[in-house]
Design a binder for this molecule. Structure first.
Ligand SMILES: *Cc1c(COP(=O)(O)O)cnc(C)c1O
Length: 369
């Protein structure tokens, strides 16, 4: 992907915000509970390597990624702390994980069988066992299969390093399903003896709203970036400081006469003579096409997005003639106005995670603080 370093559109990542979020989370946890920063999907759009180093410098002791390649990129960048791949890696790729000291998630006996068929050279693979307590995604679901797998993973070709589960509803008002999953967890974990080094059940939402739950490591994702895992449903139990801003500038300004239209489909007509500004950012950058009618911030005031968002450009209605080069904030604060990734998500009917991870590599990332 070509990065737009010669374009005014930028993602500004405030490292201090990430650090503050980690320190605030740490303060809520029992002594000795570690934080692994979840930096999958380009660190939720914040930039994989820059975010990983920032999180580690603030006290995170390890990193979680979704796929092996993300872990390999972190190792190439010189990171030596523990890295866990949360998804399933093919047994054929496990040698790469061993070579790079990356821990893999295993969720079935079948995986161990396939692995042992191809790997017989005595190398030691670090493994976290996934338990499916109700997420219905990956992991062991019953104690019989789990017990068989425990026999295998206690062999000399494995370092049984962790065991975990993932909650489906930790960000919801109603706790019934959460409690159901926790009961399943207790049932499954009762056959695990001895316990491995890392016992982890907490994503961001669990770390915010269920802090009394057992475990000695938290997988901190969305809250690391300062966003509320529940969107606007639950109130965070600690200060969350959003780390990412999306800014650009006006690169074209003109006056439309009453009745003239803007963008594809000519869906917007000027109600009177209006000043219209153009911004070099569009849906190919991950700013959703459905944002027509929403707003951006200029000089501490909202300006409406008019006409359809194009692939690489969008248009806004200005309060008056403004100069080319005038700063525009699409996510972040300006004066007393702010727009969060959650606001954008709500407008298009999705969640802040999808907005952040959709921000494309074409937008240059700048780190501050
Ligand atoms: C992505 C992921 C997380 C992080 O989730 P957040 O809601 O962003 O905190 C934690 N654990 C697992 C297994 C995940 O896949």
């Amino acid at each position: 992907m070509v990065v737009g370093t010669n374009r005014p559109t930028k993602l500004i990542i405030d490292r201090q915000a990430i650090k503050n979020n980690i320190v605030n989370q740490q303060a809520k946890l029992n002594d000795g509970t570690e934080i692994f920063a979840v930096v999958k999907a380009n660190a939720y759009g914040h930039g994989l390597v820059g975010t990983a180093y920032t999180a580690l410098s603030a006290g995170a002791t390890g990193l979680c990624v979704a796929i092996l390649d993300e872990g390999l990129e972190l190792r190439r960048a010189g990171i030596t702390e523990p890295i866990l791949v949360l998804g399933i890696t093919e047994p054929e790729q496990a040698a790469l994980a061993i070579e790079n000291d990356i821990s893999l998630t295993v969720g079935s006996l079948e995986w161990f069988k396939r692995y042992r068929e191809i790997q017989s050279n005595g190398d030691v693979l670090k493994v976290h066992i996934a338990l499916d307590t109700g997420m219905g995604r990956i992991g062991f679901r019953d104690t019989d299969e789990l017990s068989k797998a425990l026999n295998v993973v206690q062999g000399e070709d494995f370092n049984f390093e962790g065991i975990f589960t993932h909650f489906a509803t930790a960000d919801e008002q109603n706790h019934d399903y959460f409690i159901h999953q926790y009961d399943q967890w207790k049932k499954l974990i009762s056959v695990v003896n001895p316990l491995p080094k890392y016992v982890h059940v907490s994503n961001s939402a669990t770390g915010l709203w269920h802090t009394n739950i057992a475990g000695n490591m938290v997988r901190m994702g969305i809250s690391l970036y300062g966003l509320n895992p529940s969107g606007k449903v639950l109130t965070p139990t600690m200060n969350l400081q959003p780390a990412l801003s999306l800014v650009s500038h006006l690169d074209f300004v003109k006056q439309l006469h009453k009745g003239e239209s803007v963008s594809y489909g000519a869906t917007y007509q000027a109600a009177k003579n209006e000043w219209i500004g153009t911004i070099p950012l569009g849906y190919a950058d991950g700013y959703p096409r459905a944002m027509q009618g929403f707003h951006v911030i200029i000089d501490g005031g909202f300006c409406e997005i008019v006409g359809r968002v194009c692939m690489d450009q969008l248009m806004i209605r200005l309060p008056r003639k403004l100069n080319i080069g005038t700063k525009v904030t699409l996510i972040g604060n300006d004066g007393d106005k702010s727009i969060s990734a959650t606001d954008i998500a709500d407008y298009v009917g999705t969640i802040n995670y999808e907005i952040l991870t959709g921000l494309s590599d074409r937008i240059v990332r700048k780190y501050i603080n």
